[in-house]
Design a protein around this ligand. Sequence first.
Ligand code: AMP
Ligand code: MG
Ligand code: MG
Length: 316
Amino acid sequence: MAQCTPLILRLVASTVAAANRAGKIIRDIMTVGDLGIVEKAKNDFQTEADRSAQRCIIASLSRQYPAVTIIGEEGPSTSCEVPSDWVVTCNDTNTLGLTCPESLLDVQEKDIVIWIDPLDGTSEYTKGLVEHVTVLVGIAVRGEPVAGVIHQPYGPPAGTGRTVWGIIGAGIGGITPHSPPKDRLVVTTTRSHSNKIVEDALNALKPDEVLKVGGAGHKVLLLIEGKANAYVFASAGCKKWDICGPEAVLTALGGTLTDMNGKRYKYDADVQYNNTGGVLATAPGEDHSYFVKKIPEHVKFLIYLEHAIRKLLSYF
Ligand code: AMP
Ligand code: MG
Ligand code: MG
């Protein structure tokens, strides 16, 4: 690949290829059926597919971009020893010919933090609800999300899945966007991590329909495909690797992702992993501030309080 192609475009091309490979690993492990499930914390699972997919993506990206900082959900990969066919150094060509936004032309590897969720929707994966599963990679430059990849291993289409990418200022690909519903309010939220605060936020919006599905990546795809107007999750359980890639893809299309107060998250390497203000994302064309105003003050306050109490209890 020509080195004169801007770094961000090369990195997105490499990430698409690595995410596709990780998706095949996820399918292969499910086919064999030995998932090796570990409960990392209450209602927070990891499988052999999460571990292997992360090793594949980190090995592939770190060998090509050694000075980039990579943070993966499944912890530091102490060993990048992986089967040789897991290391993908070829690239997807679709993004290489794009015009790079001027603000990203001079980006260097040391400016970049990559956030990896190798398998978003693990709870659903273990239950066979594989259409909720995504592989998420977010690329942040000096704390700002600039590009993202969302790979759906189980499609559509079945067999190879599909890979959606977005670069803010350059566009998105791999999906056909549709406008959200106009005459009714459809909100998507968690399937497996609800609580009273999450429900209070939903009730305040008085939606016509609530789509309870797994995974942050899957929910953002519903916004892009016009199946929901907003993604509302009034809990601090979701982390930076869940939203960096989806935020970049959604923003590249004109949507918005913030906390419940309308504040954008930062993605520097040293930030708090938990999204302590919850997640509020709206489809392109929606008035994001309308949703922020509708969320009750007690909800905004209790998200922080619940997280603080959980953290405190974990010391005892
Ligand atoms: P969900 O919408 O419940 O599928 O959550 C989206 C992402 O946030 C998934 O990766 C979940 O594992 C993660 N998440 C949300 N809430 C929690 C929680 N209470 N504990 C651990 N992970 C969570
Ligand atoms: Mg996740
Ligand atoms: Mg995960």
